[in-house]
Design a protein around this ligand. Structure first.
Ligand code: NOJ
Length: 597
């Protein structure tokens, strides 16, 4: 996870806090929730049938959709979203064309970090519902072919977790070693200079035993000691608990932070200060230590005890392709889908930058499946991050096309399909996210990208009937909402739906080879998704500039015989006269997806 800050005005929003970090259950679990294989509904189309027939695991062709449960749908009028709310919106997700949802943590938690501070790994927080509600979500999901992926927070617990309460109770408690406890360097001095991602020292003195504990994130999120075998066992058992209840996989939070240098070397200091006023440092001794991969292999083995090809997705902000590739594991035995933060954070419409990164990951040495996204609950939304302030809706469609036509498993974030925008709090007293409280005004926190889903124009956009939802509904909901956009064929939502349908109906778009084209073009990103076998290939042309552009494609070497492409989806509309391959014209920020033979 990386926090970027330091710039003022719009760019502060653009670059602000970026946290990276960055089955389907069968077998034993019938009692809790019947297995996926038993519940799958009849296939709805020929294309889906072909999809099912391939040998590939389901996650290779899935479109995953992240739900921030506090903000999706409130079913009981308390102002906070919940599991039954999500279940009530499954039809919407099915109609949109989603294959799996990843739900950010909904475990019991004091909510200091809104669920990323877990106080019980094997229960549901009453705020979000019950285990029965979870079971119902999984089984209703199955009826609609939508799998449920959970969030797992292995790096740290809440300080209210019974394990930590025991651990802090005495130096000799059997759970003492489940966390990272050290003596201060000298009285009043933390053990070394390590810093929390959320500001200030990563060490907290616990006066009861006069030792410091380590917390990579908030003080209330003490780090577990992954060198302790009992910790590993307890955590793998927690994974098993949810696999048995029908989880299709996990998104693993902050996994590159699991280990710290046992010799406590100081991290190198870098020039400048961060948004919290601390000196910048390189997290050399607390990030990406080699033992991380041993744990990832063990987690993968735990997942593979269950049928249905469970998936592991990692949050980890890998700085380059070599590091990202390591996440797949030397024998492809670690993470199936490492989230690609490099693509997410290009942060400008740059055809050369996207091309270079897409080319690199496509050829990754592990042969791993790329996993792209542009927005999540830690990043300002893509509508404003990539928008130019004038053509944001068109650019939102361009970004959708980029996400959903490349060779990858795409990950969407709730609301991106309707063009939700980042709506930061304007007053410090309204901030919910503690990093916004600590870092205000430079760091406004992550509330802006977590506002309630905008369903319609009724009170609070149909999200909640409470007097006040936990975060205010943005004013943009009057225009940008599911109901209004469903009725408008030119809306962002209608574009996403068409695109998702095309992804299902065109085998080349789903699993064709990725062949970059016209590679010196500074403005237009274009590529072919080459069909395996005889089918049509798909030409994708994305104009990332504010001017129309003309391209001379020569696709003979790629096996294309015809002289024109047949439009399947274009916006603004591109007529047949513009799709002659040797004189192909694409409007400003235009998207063209067409078939070629
Ligand atoms: C990454 C999560 O995405 C973020 O929301 C959270 O604050 C940190 N990890 C700590 O768990």
């Amino acid at each position: 996870m990386q926090l970027r800050r330091g710039e003022s005005g719009r760019s502060t929003v653009l670059n602000r806090a970026k946290f990276i970090f960055s089955a389907i259950t069968i077998g034993l679990c019938f009692s809790a929730s019947p297995g996926w294989a038993q519940q799958a509904p009849p296939l709805s189309s020929k294309a889906e049938h072909a999809l099912q027939k391939t040998q590939d695991p389901w996650w290779k062709h899935a479109v995953i959709y992240e739900i921030y449960p506090r903000s999706f749908q409130d079913s009981n009028g308390d102002g906070v979203g919940d599991l039954n709310g999500i279940t009530s919106r499954l039809d919407y997700l099915r109609d949109l064309g989603i294959d799996a949802i990843w739900i950010s943590p909904m475990y019991p938690s004091p909510l200091v970090d809104f669920g990323y501070d877990v106080s019980d790994y094997t229960a549901i927080d009453p705020l979000y519902g019950t285990l029965t509600d979870f079971n119902r979500l999984v089984s209703e999901g199955k009826k609609r072919n939508i799998r449920v992926i959970m969030d797992f927070v292995p790096n740290h617990t809440s300080d209210q977790h019974p394990w930590f309460k025991e651990s802090r109770s005495s130096r000799t408690n059997p759970k003492r070693d489940w966390y990272i406890w050290r003596d201060g360097k000298e009285p009043g001095q933390p053990p070394n200079n390590w810093q929390s991602w959320f500001g200030h020292s990563a060490w907290q003195l616990d006066p009861a035993t006069n030792q410091y504990y380590y917390h990579h994130f908030y003080t209330e999120q003490p780090d577990l000691n992954w060198r302790n075998p009992e910790v590993r066992k307890a955590m793998y058992d927690a994974l098993r608990f949810w696999f048995k209840r029908g989880a299709a996989g996990f998104r693993l939070d902050a996994v590159s932070r699991l280990f710290e240098d046992p010799n406590l070397h100081d991290d190198p200091i870098l020039p400048g200060k961060n948004a919290y006023g601390d000196p910048n440092i390189s997290h050399k001794y607390t990030d990406n230590l080699p033992e991380v991969h041993e744990v990832l292999r063990e987690m993968r083995r735990a997942a593979e005890e269950f049928p249905g090809n469970p998936v592991l997705i990692s949050e980890a902000d890998e700085p380059n392709i070599a590091e990202l590739t390591k996440m797949y594991g030397r024998r492809n035995d670690e993470i199936q889908l490492p989230m690609d933060f490099q693509i997410a954070d290009v942060n400008k419409l740059s055809a050369p930058d996207f091309r270079r990164l897409l080319n690199e990951i496509d050829k990754n040495a592990a042969g791993g499946q790329p996993h792209y996204f542009f927005s999540n609950h830690d990043q300002p939304r893509q509508w404003d991050r990539y928008g130019d302030g004038v053509h944001n809706d068109q650019i939102a469609k361009l970004m959708a096309a980029l996400l959903l036509t490349t060779r990858a498993t795409p990950l969407m974030y709730y609301g991106e399909e309707i063009g939700m925008r980042t709506t930061d709090p304007v007053r410090k007293e309204d901030v919910q996210d503690p990093i916004g409280k600590i870092g205000w005004p430079q760091e406004k926190g992550r509330d802006g990208e977590r506002t309630p889903m905008q369903w319609d124009t009724s009170k609070d956009a149909g999200f909640s009937t409470a007097d006040r939802p936990w975060l205010p509904v943005p004013p943009s909901s009057a225009e940008y909402n599911v109901k209004a956009e469903s009725q408008d064929p030119n809306s962002i939502l209608s574009f996403y739906k068409r695109l998702l349908r095309l992804r299902r109906s065109e085998p080349a778009l789903r699993d064709g080879k990725y062949l970059p084209l016209d590679q010196d073009n500074q403005y237009v990103l274009s590529f072919l998704r080459k069909a395996h076998g005889k089918g049509d290939s798909i030409l994708v042309v994305l104009n990332m500039s504010a001017e129309p552009r003309t391209i001379k494609f020569a696709l003979d070497a790629q096996g294309v015989r015809e002289s024109s492409a047949r439009p399947l989806l274009s916006v603004p509309k591109i007529g047949p006269e513009e799709t002659v391959l040797t004189h192909f014209t694409v409007p400003a920020f235009g998207v063209f997806i067409g078939s070629v033979r």
